[in-house]
Write a protein that binds this ligand. Sequence first.
Ligand code: FES
Length: 65
Amino acid sequence: MYVCVCQAVTERQIHQAAHQGAKTLKDLRSQLGVTMECGRCASCAKQCLRDAHEGCSTGIMPVAA
Ligand code: FES
């Protein structure tokens, strides 16, 4: 699922970034570009990051390719 449509960033990428050390929305912004355009993804990206740190509990499973 896309979290940031403007930058085509998925929930999975946010989880990966979290596992690689991203701790804040600012980290996600610099690593993935979320919130750099319209900014509508900010709260969703923050929640997704929080969920990633809490152990992947969003209830949305990544779809295997
Ligand atoms: S949806 Fe993320 S910047 Fe627009």
